[in-house]
Design a protein around this ligand. Structure first.
Ligand SMILES: NC(=O)c1ccc[n+]([C@@H]2O[C@H](COP(=O)([O-])OP(=O)(O)OC[C@H]3O[C@@H](n4cnc5c(N)ncnc54)[C@H](O)[C@@H]3O)[C@@H](O)[C@H]2O)c1
Ligand SMILES: [Zn+2]
Length: 473
């Protein structure tokens, strides 16, 4: 194998300077069903190693382990599995170490690629193991959730949570290959499909008008049928395929020149300004990430509309889609105080600017606002709440709160644990860009909260200090 780095050394007046660059090369393959014997490529990759080591989500294993075994058996590649629990509470060092132990026990050979199959949780943690194991171990990803397919496995960010700090440990580490197979949506619960659809709505609203129009037309049906896979609707599958692939390509186009996220005006941060705080603030359970970003986006649409950047018809179209697919558009805890405090927090992590992404005059285009005063935020909030109450009375997002699958723990146990002040976590994702609000919450009393605000700390609407300037959220 040749080196993936180039570099040279030059003398400087005081010493030496190394100039180098790293070559980044990674592939996405659309293959469906990926574990079908007609697709030899994946199995062929493992032939030279005489086996395949697979880290697999436990729930996914219940449905797909047998076909995976049969697939590799057909190619005479023995498969060895390590089953991992999905859910955010398992995004931790214990899971990381379990995978490390598996690699040690299996005697992983230096450049033998690990195969990772599961949702964003498993691909993030196992990817981080690979970034760390012998400083670098190749891996191949097969995402199985909509979030995984169109978001987590499109990025090269891997990592895990540390205590209550979301994605506090992590790396930018690209897999060799990612196999994208939308047929996994056949078994994904509707709430998870809806959750992932919010990220597609995000990208279309500000970056892809053609796909926006397709979602407006077919969004409800797509969510209800797992993008046509639950009812084997060929036409709907083709539309879903088009939407997902376009969303993926658009995200790669927007982000592949900014993989280390040094540029802060990020189109894909639409919906990720106020949502991290909102996602956490709800009680007793956190909102699902997709619902939290939809509330943020819905408010942003009202903001853009109030500035004359969107017509009534555009605003109405946006809210119609959101409600048709059953995603949230407002929440009682999304209030003026939350807006103000989370604005302060996001300004810090966006180098002092607001950089609020909004559609620019039409869907599919984006601009960044940097001049929104607290007064305007509060006024737009009033407008937003009134509009929602008048147009969508009693509307609530469906399956808006995390369930045991998202958590990786029984919901009742989580609530009980939270009541007792134990370890709790929330969802959140990786577009909030350094908004440390995505996870770390430390309960303080009212006076301590005031003092913290005076000292410049971000505090959410529950009077909780929001820690951390997490560069990758
Ligand atoms: N790396 C990134 O850039 C990035 C981007 C977005 C999200 N994320 C991370 O992804 C994680 C969330 O990902 P997720 O929503 O996929 O969660 P997850 O991996 O926990 O999966 C959600 C649930 O779905 C189950 N599941 C997975 N595939 C299934 C299938 N095909 N059929 C039935 N059930 C299935 C899992 O067992 C789990 O219970 C978060 O930790 C988030 O931070 C990372
Ligand atoms: Zn997100």
């Amino acid at each position: 194998m040749s080196s993936d780095m180039s570099g040279n050394v030059v003398k400087t007046p005081t010493g030496l300077k190394v100039n180098g660059s790293e070559k980044l090369d990674y592939n996405f393959h659309y293959v469906s069903p990926v574990f079908d014997i007609s697709h030899a490529k994946l199995a062929e990759t493992y032939k030279p190693w005489g086996r395949v080591l697979i880290v697999l989500d436990k729930i996914v294993a219940g449905i797909y382990q047998k076909p995976i075994e049969e697939y590799f058996a057909h190619y005479k590649v023995p498969a060895h599995f390590k089953l991992i629990n999905g859910g955010e509470l398992n995004k931790n060092m214990d899971t990381f170490e379990e995978i490390v132990d598996f690699l040690d026990a299996s005697g992983l050979v230096r450049q033998e690629p690990l195969l990772v199959v599961g949702g964003g949780l498993v691909t993030d943690v196992a990817g981080y193991v690979c970034a760390s194991y012998r400083r670098s171990t190749p891996f191949i990803r097969v995402p199985t959730t909509l979030i995984g397919l169109i978001d987590a496995s499109v990025s090269i960010k891997v990592g895990l949570n540390h205590k209550k700090l979301k994605n506090r440990l992590g790396a930018y580490f690209a897999p060799v290959d990612t196999y994208l197979d939308f047929s996994f949506l056949k078994t994904l619960p509707e709430g998870q499909v809806r959750n992932g659809t919010a990220e597609l709505i995000k990208i279309c609203t500000v970056s892809e008008k053609r796909i926006w129009d397709l979602l407006v037309k077919h969004g409800k049906q797509l969510v209800e049928t797992g993008y046509g896979f639950k009812n084997d609707d060929k036409e709907l599958k083709a539309i879903g395929d088009d939407i997902c692939k376009s969303g993926i390509e658009e995200m790669l186009r927007l982000e592949s020149g900014n993989l280390h996220e040094l540029m802060l005006d990020r189109v894909i941060a639409f919906g990720h300004s106020w949502s991290p705080t909102c996602e956490l603030g709800t009680s007793p359970l956190p909102l699902r990430h997709g619902h939290a970003i939809m509330i943020d986006m819905a408010y942003s649409i009202t903001l853009a509309h109030s500035r004359g950047m969107l017509t009534d018809a555009m605003r109405d179209e946006w809210f119609t889609l959101a409600t048709q697919v059953g995603l949230s558009i407002d929440h009682p805890q999304f209030d003026a105080k939350l807006l103000q405090l989370s604005t302060r927090a996001i300004e810090k992590t966006r180098n002092g600017k607001q950089r609020f992404a909004v559609p620019d005059g039409e869907f599919g285009k984006c601009t960044f606002l940097n001049d929104v005063s607290d007064e305007e935020l509060a006024k737009v909030l009033e407008t937003h709440k009134k509009f929602v109450a008048d147009r969508f009375p009693n509307y609530k997002g469906q399956d808006a709160y995390v369930d045991s699958g998202d958590l990786g723990e029984d919901v009742e146990k989580y609530i009980e644990n939270k009541k007792n002040g134990g370890e709790t976590l929330s969802g959140g994702c990786d577009h909030s860009h350094g908004n440390g609000t995505a996870s770390s919450l430390k309960k303080v009393d009212g006076s301590a909260a005031k003092a913290a605000v005076a000292a410049g700390a971000a505090v959410n609407s529950n009077g909780q200090i929001v820690n951390g300037q997490d560069g990758t959220a």
